[in-house]
Design a protein around this ligand. Structure first.
Ligand code: PLP
Length: 396
């Protein structure tokens, strides 16, 4: 495989980032996946089943919606890619459907996953129910308390939720527990990772599954404007999977501006932030080399964002490469800017976005686009899960 902005080389490197930094005990598991994922994904029977599930189960293609009132306000043409209308309410299911089909073809009967806010846990529990496979989700004990509705959803879908009680009792600890489980069950277990992170081949595999987003944008935009190419695409970045999917088929088109929006939390000049490219430096986290927030002596720093899905100390290796090469423009939005953008979209368009997606929307205030530009923003998820935060913001 020739490395490019969108695909890594044989060893899983996007420029200086990526690779597979794993303990010896995991080598067999990762190698089995690396040796098979492209072959499996290329099989006609895989493609047929994947497409059918995306259509009839997940609800694809999702609409590309011309947001007229938002466009008028910012004096440009804004299109929203409506991933919020996917089954389970976000883009994450594009990936879990793909990975469950890979797991099935590798003969795995037991699925494990890690989750922070519970969104990836729900998307994984959903496809396990669909396929009748055992599902174990590791979740920090603190997150289990904070995210009760998603814990209930996972249980209703038949998953077992195991609390991670070590460390800060959040996502990073849940990930460690999931890796430990995988080491102990190398033969029958498949680990479904929720973003474009982890050891090679996960970032590439997840990006390919999410790339359906930009594939659809090209077709839909051509129908609406006569050109497949927008002036710019914008997406929020936690680990970076909705952004990877939104950017994928535009990365080799130099005329298309690429905008990634990270969560600034209380601001990048405070100690409560999650903007990994601005505050991080190169290092190794969860199996790959990328940008991550760390202390002087290399300990991972606790990130902070109002949105649970962006509350991650790192960023996928594809994005680290887009950042250092300058192919991508990296912006950040604070909690308050994201809240303002969410309320604006609700009032102007009748759409309540997820807090994560609201960070992408906040870019409209940070970049000025020309009147005849066509801008596509990925609306990665819907806001139902964030109503408690929105109510607090309204003083209720
Ligand atoms: C999880 C999540 C994100 C962040 O994850 P990425 O891998 O960066 O896409 C963004 N938006 C929503 C709605 C999410 O649920």
């Amino acid at each position: 495989m020739q490395a490019s902005y969108k695909q890594p080389d044989e060893q899983g490197y996007y420029g200086a980032f990526g690779g597979a930094y794993i303990p010896e005990m995991l080598y067999r598991n990762v190698e089995e996946l690396r040796g098979n994922y492209l072959k499996i994904m290329a099989e006609p029977s895989f493609q047929q089943e994947y497409r059918l599930l995306l259509t009839d189960y997940a609800g694809r293609p999702t609409p590309l919606y011309h947001a007229a009132r938002l466009s008028n306000k910012y004096q440009t043409n804004v299109y929203l890619k409506r991933e919020d209308l996917c089954h389970t309410g976000a883009h994450k299911v594009n990936n879990t459907i793909g990975q469950i089909l890979v797991a099935e073809r590798l003969g795995k009967k037991r699925i494990i996953a890690e989750t922070g806010a519970g969104q990836h846990g729900v998307a994984t529990a959903t496809v396990c129910a669909l396929k009748g496979l055992e599902c174990i989700v590791y979740m920090g004990e603190k997150d289990i308390e904070r995210q009760a509705p998603n814990v209930a959803r996972m249980k209703m879908l038949g998953a077992t939720v195991i609390p991670a009680k070590s460390g800060s009792k959040t996502l990073k600890d849940a990930t460690n527990e999931a890796i430990r489980d995988w080491i102990n069950n190398p033969n029958d277990t498949f680990y479904i990772i929720g973003s474009v992170v982890g050891p090679h081949p996960y970032p590439d595999m997840v990006a390919r599954f999410q790339s359906v987003i930009s594939k659809e944008i090209r077709t839909q935009l051509a129908e609406k404007t006569g050109s497949e190419l927008p002036s710019a695409v914008i997406a929020c970045v936690g680990g970076g999977s909705n952004a990877a999917g939104t950017f994928y088929h535009f990365l080799d088109e130099p005329s298309v501006g690429i905008y990634a929006v990270e969560a600034a939390g209380c601001g990048i000049d405070t100690d409560k932030s999650a903007a990994a490219t601005q505050l991080g430096k190169p290092g190794i986290l969860h199996g790959s080399r990328s940008f991550l927030m760390q202390t002087e002596d290399g300990q991972v720093e606790e990130p902070y964002s109002i949105s649970a899905g962006l509350d991650y100390p790192g960023i996928g290796p594809m994005h680290a490469n887009l950042f250092v090469t300058g192919r991508g423009n990296f912006l950040n939005a604070t909690d308050q800017e994201a809240l303002d953008a969410a309320f604006e979209l609700a009032k102007l368009e009748g759409i309540i976005p997820a807090l994560e997606s609201s960070h992408a929307l906040a870019a409209l205030k940070k970049v000025s686009f020309a009147k005849d530009d066509n801008i596509v923003i990925c609306l990665s998820g819907r806001g139902d899960k964030d109503m408690e935060t929105y109510m607090k913001a309204m003083g209720q």
